[in-house]
Write a protein that binds this ligand. Structure first.
Ligand code: ATP
Ligand code: MG
Length: 285
């Protein structure tokens, strides 16, 4: 039987979360993973552990069918692969940073400057698009130290909190790209592999929808139920059950994590009491 081959990062920021996503989808991996290649015990997939830089190429060539990696790496490598799902972790941005004492007005600052980066393609495209002529110095890592040692005037690198920039005397002045972990896929999967991929994507979506939502239970006077239903639409509509106490009901629904605090305040104003909120493990829409 054919198996879908998934490439994930061997060791680094994406490794644990990539494995966790598969586990949350109910996919069991054998203990003591050899860290080269392993097969799930209860789902037709095989996992290849690679450097994230190599994943786009392997997916393009069909050595792996799909891969999990940061969008930054996908766009830098520019291989013939399709981005098929965003995964909501490893959020970061690719930014330009300059010595913090320099004054910055606009992109023209970078004209005739040397910019160190591990993302020469994305940076060159960005500079060309904006008609800036700068020299791009490609370096493999520790880009943030380049200005301090006189290797470059500025850098283009991954930023999340910005603390690495600060400790190296740099300030972020432009964002080139927002990035998160995504799934990329080969453009020519067999029908059998496509079917496995669809099952996997279905599971991933259920897990992601569940973690973006909370299950909410509350008690409310019957007179407030109509208004509460308007702010708690739920999956179809809320469940309303009568309480033993007359003219009160219990209401069950689903609320988006993002809206949560805002909604709780409104519910209390409408007279809701005994509000309970719990996580949802899986959610099938
Ligand atoms: P490899 O050895 O596999 O080539 P790497 O050193 O290129 O690893 P990591 O540092 O593990 O890569 O980062 C992997 C990905 O995680 C990056 O390509 C980026 O998408 C994301 N990432 C990098 N830094 C951060 C950060 N500070 N916060 C959030 N996500 C980040
Ligand atoms: Mg890498």
């Amino acid at each position: 039987m054919s198996k879908l081959k998934i490439a994930i990062q061997k060791s680094g920021r994406l490794s644990e979360k990539s494995i966790n996503i598969l586990k949350e989808c109910g996919i069991k991996l054998p203990n003591g993973i050899s860290k080269l290649k392993t097969a799930a015990t209860n789902f037709p997939i095989e996992i290849l552990f690679l450097r994230d830089d190599d994943i786009p190429q392997y997916v393009e060539q069909g050595v792996a069918d799909i891969g999990i990696l940061g969008e930054n790496e996908v766009y830098e490598k520019n291989k013939k692969v399709a981005v098929i799902e965003k995964l909501g972790f490893a959020n970061c941005r690719l930014s330009l940073a300059i010595p913090k004492e320099d004054q910055y007005l606009n992109l023209e600052y970078f004209n005739n400057k040397r910019i160190a980066t591990s993302y020469p393609k994305i940076l060159s495209d960005f500079l060309n698009k904006n008609n800036i002529s700068a020299s791009v110095e490609e370096i493999g890592g520790s880009v943030e130290i380049a200005p301090g040692i006189g290797l470059a005037d500025a850098i283009c690198d991954i930023v999340s909190s910005g603390s690495t920039l600060l400790t190296n005397g740099l300030k972020e002045v432009e964002t080139i790209l927002q990035s998160e972990a995504v799934i990329i896929s080969s453009k020519n999967l067999t029908e059998a592999k496509e079917a496995i991929l669809n099952q996997l994507l279905f599971r991933i979506k259920s897990v992601r929808d569940a973690s973006a939502n909370k299950y909410i239970l509350l008690n409310a006077p019957n007179s407030a139920i109509k208004d509460i239903c308007k702010i708690l639409p739920g999956m179809k509509s809320p469940t309303v059950l009568p309480l033993a106490e007359e003219s009160w009901s219990s209401l069950h629904s689903v609320v988006r994590e993002d809206d949560f605090w805002n909604i709780i305040a409104q519910l209390k104003n409408l007279g809701a009491q005994g509000i309970l909120v719990s996580p949802i493990e899986k959610m099938i829409l």
